[in-house]
Design a protein around this ligand. Structure first.
Ligand code: FES
Length: 195
């Protein structure tokens, strides 16, 4: 896991990107950039946000520290305690649960060797449960860092997580072979070509 720190600053590449993000907002609305900047900072710092990171962002944005603390502590996607670097989030809300999220959870526990809410012993992965990820038509869904993996079952989840453990990045999206959220058995409408 990334250590706690007493100081932080963006890498030159992230600093450039952060300035580009900030430029999208009016000068008197700098606070609006806090969400993407928290995301960038968390990624740079290995999956969580020590206080020094939050303070840096407050200074960078020129806003009171509390404005950054309250956002970081409110939203589930930000971690203010040390966790594994790779964020593995299983959706267990009703549509995903009906489509087999229990099997996804079981596969994640089996492969990662930790429970929901825990990180792996080597600090690489953080496994957690999440509410609806907004991709119910491709349930069940696993959100890994910036990617959604969809249409999962026990075996597909195992295969995915084992690949991630080997350092690979499997293609994101539906793991069932369908394109996007098209019907799983093929097209059901607009079948005529009009010729
Ligand atoms: S319920 Fe899982 S994505 Fe909506």
């Amino acid at each position: 896991m990334a250590p706690d720190v007493t100081s932080f600053e963006f890498t030159p590449a992230n600093l450039e990107e952060a300035r580009a993000v900030l430029a999208r907002f009016p000068a008197d609305r700098r606070q609006s950039a806090v969400l993407p900047l928290l995301h960038m900072a968390q990624k740079q710092h290995g999956g969580w946000l020590p206080r020094a990171v939050l303070d840096y962002l407050a200074d960078f944005l020129g806003i009171p520290k509390i404005r950054v603390y309250e956002v970081a502590s409110f939203y589930d996607m930000y971690n203010t305690e040390p966790v594994g670097r790779v964020q593995v989030r299983v959706c267990t809300t009703t549509p995903c649960w009906l489509c087999g999220s229990d099997d996804v959870v079981k596969a994640a526990r089996d492969v990662l060797g930790c429970e929901i809410g825990q990180s792996t012993d080597d600090g690489r992965f953080f496994l957690r449960e999440f509410e609806c990820l907004g991709a119910c038509s491709n349930a069940p869904v696993l959100w890994v860092d910036d990617d959604y993996y969809e249409d999962l079952d026990y075996e597909k989840t195992r295969t995915l997580l084992e690949a991630l453990k080997r350092g690979e990045t499997p293609p994101a999206g539906p793991q069932s072979g369908r394109k996007g959220s098209m019907p799983i058995g093929g097209k059901t409408t607009l079948l005529e070509t009009g010729e």
